[in-house]
Design a protein around this ligand. Structure first.
Ligand code: DOR
Ligand code: ZN
Length: 348
């Protein structure tokens, strides 16, 4: 249902989420379960989730942290390393709760040290994933320090993604958190591939990192890009193409670890994700396309049923808190202290 100030959509899912573990997990999970029925859970813990047994144990900890009265299904992933065996992939496929295998180029981002050092080492694993239809979730950036940080996604497409798709044409791939018009164009032209898009890449360009000083809470990886890229992403997300769907990449770090001489990468958006996406879609008068992006195309790609419950947003201005509590240090939400014009009302 849609009028200019209220929208009710099928309950959405988050196809890319960091929940961490322990105290952080308990603090952040209720924000996600308020809005989303399911989420793809990133495996970059310390140590990472590398086996079916690790994923089963982590899933139990997540289930135990769901607030009473909330319905939520964590969709687990495994962290690919140089040593992941094809047998582990077969076991992952048999374990119904694992929905994808995450590829971090070693050194690309937070807790990626044990990621893949050479894509060639994974051919045996990709063959099995292609045969059994288990999606590969790609952090698509090169790690070569000679490549400018703003070009690392574009170079990844040329150097790794195109060869990967020509070698494994039937391997389902999610190109995670795309940030460039080059990625949008690639996704539109490719097959067996879809992409997630974060709220920060729809709402901000790289100027936000330097607005009046250095702004660590806008620092995530892949890094925010130029305005032309933001506009291409917004166009893609609101186009109605089923190849683009919601993945917040909400990545909690304590305030102390963000506001630091070497601050961590990650924006925290789980608190108000649907409101942020509504604002982005509203900015181009495309709220009628929000439901497909948030609630339909993700489950369709992963071959899961669409949710049956609903979520309502109304056009009401409210202020994002300056800070949320997290382990005595605080957690700064995206757009902290600023007004936002959509508010989630109910979820049933
Ligand atoms: O900004 C990011 N934060 N990008 C990632 O790829 C990882 C994430 C995290 O885990 O903090
Ligand atoms: Zn992520």
């Amino acid at each position: 249902m849609l009028n200019s100030s209220i929208i009710t959509i099928r309950k959405p899912d988050d196809w890319h989420l960091h929940l961490r573990d322990g105290e952080i997990l308990k603090a952040v999970l209720p924000h996600t379960t308020r809005q989303f029925a399911r989420a793809i859970i990133m495996p970059n813990l310390k140590p990472p989730i590398r086996s079916v047994a690790d994923a089963a144990a982590y899933r139990k900890r997540i289930l135990a942290a769901i607030p009473q009265g909330h319905q939520f299904e964590p969709l687990m992933t495994l962290y690919l390393t140089d040593n992941t065996s094809p047998q582990e992939i077969r076991a992952a496929k048999s374990a119904q709760f694992i929905k994808g295998i995450k590829y971090y180029p070693s050194g690309a981002t937070t807790n990626s040290d044990l990621g893949v050092t050479d894509m060639g080492k994974c051919n045996g694993v990709f063959e099995v994933m292609e045969a059994v239809g288990l999606p590969l979730l790609l952090h698509g950036e090169v790690t070569d320090h000679r490549v400018d940080v703003f070009d690392r996604e574009k170079v990844f497409i040329e150097k790794y993604l195109i060869p990967l798709q020509s070698r494994f044409p039937n391997l389902p791939i999610v190109f995670e958190h795309i940030t460039t018009k080059d990625a949008v164009q690639y996704v539109l032209a490719a097959s067996n591939l879809a992409a997630t898009i974060t709220p920060q890449h729809l709402l901000f360009n790289r100027n936000s990192l330097f607005q009046g000083g250095i702004r660590p809470h806008f620092y995530c990886l892949p890094i925010l890009k130029r305005e032309e890229h933001r506009l291409a992403l917004l166009q893609a997300a609101t186009s109605g193409s089923p190849r683009f769907f919601l993945g917040t990449d909400s990545a909690p770090h304590t305030k102390q670890n963000k506001e630091n001489s070497c601050g961590c990468a990650g924006c925290y958006s789980a608190f108000h994700a649907m409101e942020l996406y509504a604002e982005a879609f509203d900015s181009v008068d495309a709220l009628d396309r929000l439901e497909g992006f948030a609630s339909f195309y993700g489950p369709d790609f992963y071959q899961l049923p669409r949710n049956t419950t609903s979520l309502t947003l109304t056009k009401t201005t409210w202020r994002v808190p300056d800070e949320l509590g997290l382990m005595g240090s605080g957690l700064i939400p995206l757009r902290a202290g600023e007004d936002i014009s959509w508010k989630m009302m109910e979820s049933g």
